[in-house]
Write a protein that binds this ligand. Structure first.
Ligand SMILES: Cc1ncc(COP(=O)(O)O)c(C=O)c1O
Length: 453
């Protein structure tokens, strides 16, 4: 009878094997048994009671996506999910845009294959997305100074850019607004890009702390990457005015910083693709080099298709070529190449004048519905709240979110008492609200604001 002595690095994991029978090897290791012999060597499978992953702690739920989980578990009929930023119809149902359905039908008729895309993505998509962002006649595009790489939606594009910053600017830090979309911090943390915050939100006015923002951008080390929300700032819904953007661009240029735009809501904020890209275009017109991450999750409703792009506007075509080659080099070992379906939808919609016009109309409809509920929520709050509080900040905000100014305890009250699910920073997604639910929401906000400290 052959016997083998084995050690597994766990406490007292010593076993004598008899080549055929299952043998207990002590409490801490579990059961060990021989599966068979292969070319003279013993092949074994180990089933253990003590996991090798004992040291892996439980991760906290995601502050945004975790809200949807809690919402699903709530059985109350009054429940309202204002957590995740996803567009809903007036009946609070998810919406697939008509233009997307039409583009998909055309794609099916063409019978396109599912071959791999190149690392940089679909050429027709990359062209369309850069033109949508900067304007087709933009000098930077015409001079070949823009490196565009298709990314895994906004998040993946931001992450690729963060990896690029870490590799080529290891000394640089990122500046992010306080507050910002929660994932920005995760993205820079995981990419090992140090970051600090610049002032953005003024709780006294529920508006922009413009002076604080400028002062913090000035105080940052020269050559920092300044993350800016192109439009519809998440979570506050507060955007700088065109004059303020000009001033921000001046200060960033003086400091030799590199602007890094996150454009997740182009066309979705104002209803106009051009208007929502005007911040980015202002900076390009200043002759600055900059990065822009784009997403088609919201404006084309392609959330799950993971379609977006990273654009790097450079000062020369040569720099753009080199930057693009390095973005591809970073992408290759991460995910090899991006998915094709969403890219084809965008390219087909933008490349077909009829579909493109229909998209703009649908986008205006979506943005319009959000503006309507914003107005109705303001009206309901103003009528119901007899305290004299000024709720007009809600009307000054833009995009799918409203920052209510409710603190964590008040936000908890919204959820626990009123079944209104929202992020704990007081943000509500108006895209998840219908006109018929505005009064109920106003009651919940007034109660939480006045009765919870
Ligand atoms: C500011 C901001 N950036 C980026 C994203 C990325 O979204 P996605 O990865 O779905 O494109 C979001 C989504 O909510 C966002 O609000």
């Amino acid at each position: 009878m052959a016997s083998t002595m084995l050690s597994f690095g766990l406490s007292s994991p010593v076993a004598i094997l008899d080549n055929s029978k299952r043998i207990g090897v002590g409490k801490s290791v579990g059961d060990l048994f021989i599966k068979g012999k292969m070319s003279g060597r013993v092949r074994m499978a180990v089933s253990v009671n003590v996991s090798r992953f004992e040291g892996v702690t439980m991760a906290p739920p995601d502050p945004i996506l975790g809200v949807s989980e809690a919402f699903k578990a709530d059985t109350n009929d009054l429940k309202l999910n204002l957590g995740v930023g996803a567009y809903r119809t007036e009946e609070l149902q998810p919406y697939v845009l008509n233009v997307v359905q039409k583009a998909e039908k055309l794609m099916l008729e063409k019978g396109e294959n599912k071959e791999y895309l190149p690392i940089e993505g679909l050429a027709a998509f990359n062209k369309a997305t850069a033109e949508l962002l900067l304007g087709a006649d933009n000098a930077a595009l015409q001079e070949g100074r823009v490196a565009t790489v298709q990314g895994l939606s906004g998040t993946g594009s931001l992450r690729l850019a963060a990896a690029f910053i870490q590799r080529y600017f290891p000394e640089a830090k990122a500046l992010i607004s306080s507050p910002t979309w929660g994932n920005h911090k995760n993205i820079f943390n995981d990419a090992r890009v140090p970051w600090s915050e610049y002032r953005y939100y003024d709780p006294r006015t529920v508006g922009l702390d413009f002076d604080g923002m400028i002062a913090d951008i000035k105080a940052a080390p020269d050559g920092s990457f300044v993350l800016l929300h192109g439009c519809a700032h998440n979570p506050t819904g507060i955007d700088p005015t065109p004059e303020q953007w000009e001033k921000i661009a001046d200060v960033i240029q003086e400091k030799n910083h590199i602007p890094f735009f996150d454009v997740a809501y182009q066309g979705f904020a104002s209803g106009s693709l051009d208007e929502d890209a005007s911040s980015v275009r202002t900076f390009v017109a200043h002759g600055m080099e900059l990065l822009v991450a784009q997403s088609y999750s919201k404006n084309l409703g392609l959330y799950a298709e993971r379609i977006g792009a990273i654009n790097v506007v450079c000062s020369s075509p040569d720099a753009a070529t080199r930057v693009k080659s390095q973005l591809k080099r970073l992408a290759r070992p991460m995910y090899s190449n991006p998915p094709v379906h969403g890219a084809r939808i965008v390219a087909n919609v933008v490349g077909n004048p009829t579909l493109f016009n229909e998209w703009k109309e649908e986008m205006e409809l979506m943005a319009g519905r959000i503006k309507n509920v914003r107005q109705k929520l303001f009206d309901s709050l103003s009528q119901k709240d007899k305290s004299g509080k000024d709720w007009s900040f809600i009307l000054k905000q833009i995009g799918m979110f409203s920052f209510t100014g409710l603190n964590k305890a008040q936000s908890d009250n919204m959820t626990n008492k009123w079944h209104v699910y929202m992020t704990k920073d007081g943000r509500i997604s108006l895209a998840g609200l219908s006109l018929s639910k505005c009064e109920y929401l106003a009651d919940a906000i007034i109660d939480s604001f006045h009765n919870v400290s």
